[in-house]
Structure formats: C-alpha cells, structure tokens
Ligand binder design. Sequence first.
Ligand code: BGP
Length: 462
Amino acid sequence: MKYQFPDNFWWGSASSALQTEGASQLGGKSQTTWDLWYAEQPWRFHQGIGPDDTSTFYRHWRDDIALLKQLNHNSFRTSLSWSRLIPEGTGAVNLEAVTFYNQVIDELLAQGITPFITLFHFDMPRVMQEKGGWENREVVQAFSDYAQVCFELFGDRVKHWFTFNEPIVPVEGGYLYDFHYPNVVDFKRAATVAYHTVLAHASAVRGWRAGQYEGEIGIVLNLTPSYPRSQHPADLTAAHHADLLFNRSFLDPVLRGEYPADLVALLEKYAQLPLCQPEDKALIAAGKIDLLGINYYQPRRVKCRGSAVNPDAPFMPEWLFDHYEMPGRKMNPYRGWEIYEPGIYDILTNLRVNYGNPRCFISENGMGVENEQRFIENGQIKDDYRIDFVAEHLKWLHKGISEGCNCLGYHMWTFIDNWSWCNGYKNRYGFVQLDLTTQKRTIKKSGEWFAATAAHNGFDKE
Ligand code: BGP
C-alpha cells in the first residue's frame, strides 16, 4: 500500500445520542434543550424536522452495529444521553436506559468494535438548563455525578472515555451566534459557560482517576487552525487572537492544565473574565487528559479588522479580527465550509511541536452533501467526492504520522446519514444512506472504499 498506517490504527466513525437514537420522548427519557427549543421555535429547524425521531438507532441498534461490522470498523464513538440515563439530571438512574446502553456496548464488543464513549454531545437536559445550564456551578457538580454513574455502570467494558464533544460549540451557538438554545448574545456569559465546561470536564477526569478505572479519558475538540491573511504583524495578531479564543481556550487547559496567560489578559482587558474560585486552579490542573479527539472540518482564515468597532455593540470575538476569504479556496458549497486538507497536518504538527505530542486521533472529519440521490447508479450512491475527501485528508494525516505525530486513528463523521441540529437531514454525511420514509439503510460507494481501506490498514489511491 502506498499509504500504510501503523498497526492497530483506529478505523471507524462517530455519531451522537441525540442525532441517532430518536425515541426522544420514549424509554423514560426526559427532554433536552433541543426538544424544548423545537417545541418553541420549530421554524428554526430545516424543513421543520426536529429531534424527536432521529435515525431510529434506539430501535435498530443491533442491525446498525452489524453494518458497522460490515464497514470493517474496529472502533466507533457515540455518546450517552444524560437525559435518558438520569431523567431528573441528578438522582435516580433510568433502568431502561441502562439496559439499552448495556446492550449497545456489549454488542459492539461482541462484534470486535471498541466503543469510544462521549458523555456530553450538545444535549443539555432541560431540567439542567432550567437551573441555568453551564452558567450554574450546580450543573457542573451534577455533570460530574452523572459522569461517575457512567463510569460505574459501563467502566468495566468502556476503556475510552470523552467528557465533551466540541465544548466550544454550545458556547458559540448558545451564547454568541444564535444557533443553539438559549440564543443569548453575551460574551461574558459565553466565557462563563466555557469556563464552567472546563471545570465540569476536569471534575469528571478527577473522578475517573480516583475510581482507578482501566483505560483512558480525554475530550473531543474541534480544532480550527487560524491562518492569517498575510505575515503582516496586524494579521498575525488577528490570527493569534482567534486561536486563543476558539482553540486554546480548551486545548491549553486539557493538555497543559492551565489557561494561556495572554488569553486571560485579553479577556481582562475587555472586562469579560468569568468569576473564578480559588480552588478552580487545582481542579483545572487535575483535568489533564490521556487522549485527545480532534474534529477537523475547516480552517479559520482571518485578517486584522478593517474598520473600528461600534462601541455600543455587544463585545464579540470579531472585535479582534475580520474573517478572510482566501481567493481560490475550495468550498463545500452545501455546508459553506472551506475544504483544506493540509489543516489536519498543521493541527497534528502543532500538537507534536508545542504540546508534547499527545496521544490523539481524528475523531471527526466529513463532508455533508445535499441531494445525494442524484448520484445513485444501480441503487447505490456513488459518492466519489467523499472518497476523494477522505483520501486527501488521510494523505496529510499519513505525512504527519511519518514525521512522528502520535495520531492513532481516523473516525469519519458519520456512519449513517443522521439528523443534524438545525440542518435536519439537509446535508448527508454518512457512509450509509438513510431512506427517511422506509428507514432502509444502503451502503454508499464511500462505505465500501472505507471498509477496504480499514481491511488493508491503508490505501493506494493517487
Ligand atoms: C460537528 C458535530 C457533529 C456534526 C458535525 C457536522 O461539529 O460534532 O454533531 O453535526 O459537526 O456538522 P453539521 O451537522 O452542523 O453539518
């Protein structure tokens, strides 16, 4: 094989509870903020499709795991639903949920697929949001207790834990840019949410270590390398600020056990620092991880601001930079995201050079495409564009590994076309096509390519 990967490389894909399980009001599950928001503002959701019956994994888990096996996955990440497992957010555990997750974990293991489990993937229980969500330290404690319950129930079989998936996204969506509930625009509250999420993460890690469970614990971050328009000092500063806010606000605490001093100084300068308690420092230091999941979709290109800010407008990250559209950039027009394959290599190199080369893997990478039915030939979606997308990213990943990066695997977003937050089923990401009417699953051409790549632990594509 031209591109051969190290032995035991993790080949698989990722999904999340809320995006796949469905049965959002069944099996003893309580509501999340998504159920609440959908009830209040259904027009926010593409074609009015909400989170109530997403992709039916709750019913079809056994068949779906058989499909994972067919795709030659040796590992698979999904999340547990806090509101399914502990409907009141704290206290009593829902036994039906325990049975469900036990069955899923046992079946994955029986099929030779290592379960990677995330504890929180954007799905705040409604009862917890009613207490203020991540703005309230009581919720931090409740999350830590929930994590402990999960470790106790499933830690004998789950050896790869992730506290959060993309924790910056609920901060951006819910408290800055109006694409998640509770649709607040307030930087200081956003900073508080981010800070408390780091505390919740660290508290779960501390609990896991105290329990002396076998395996490893980490977090999944969406790292978006910040590229300056030019090498002009003003553009470099803009890129540095974007990097501090969107990447290092989580990366540094989880890998170095502390915040970057210049991020703290920056927030202080604009009077946006969250309230800290003296004991937080030691807790954050205890939150250092064993394994980093990296979600990579797109770079962030920035330049220095071209105009003065409106001093009456709410403080926003964009006070510190402007977005930059690089001429000739390659786009995924359906999602509006730039495709820049070398970004994956730059992330890994940064981790190797500046963060002590941590154990890591690509935990999500993917391409959402609209109306894929137009590519059907002989009953199968011939998604060659997705094969190219994956192969081109894997080539850069391979180069990173050949230079010593400690990257242990590649997981695709996602396995079966699934429900996507506000975009519903508009953009399809799966290796497997989902027919929404019949729920029939059909493997796409990319699924076959990936299965062969996993089987050979590499590929030959030019
Ligand atoms: C990641 C999330 C996933 C998934 C994916 C695709 O940020 O972890 O949950 O949704 O992005 O993005 P989208 O669904 O918004 O197109």
